[in-house]
Design a protein around this ligand. Structure first.
Ligand code: SF4
Length: 109
């Protein structure tokens, strides 16, 4: 079966799609516990405060290629919830408006 979905007692979810052409998209995680739930990382917008293993390209784009923070089993949901307050604070302070100001002149990879 290509898709595995399990819901744990604590409410966190696990989803693995081995049929994805990019699976496994990050190295360093056992394939049996590779969680695809956060394929697009909800912590990306936190910039340097996400807690993950990122770098910045020469053009200033955040590069998460080496990060496995949210892909280990069901840990990802807990980690996102631990940082949800930061996401909420960023949104409350107008982070979205500042990002929109970048328009099409934002950095490209
Ligand atoms: S470094 Fe990891 S935790 Fe941080 S935004 Fe990238 S994928 Fe998410």
């Amino acid at each position: 079966m290509a898709n595995d979905q399990v819901t744990y007692a604590n409410g966190a979810s696990f989803f693995r799609n081995t049929a994805c052409e990019y699976f496994p998209c990050h190295e360093g995680v056992d394939e049996s516990e590779f969680n695809c739930l956060f394929c697009y990382c909800p912590l990306y917008a936190l910039g340097p405060h996400c807690g993950g293993n990122f770098t910045y390209t020469k053009k200033g784009v955040k590069d998460c290629t080496a990060c496995t923070l949210l892909h280990h089993g069901s840990d990802g949901a807990r980690i996102v919830m631990e940082r949800f307050g930061l996401l909420n604070e960023m949104a409350r302070q107008g982070g979205v408006a500042e990002a929109a100001d970048l328009g099409s002149e934002g950095p490209t990879a």
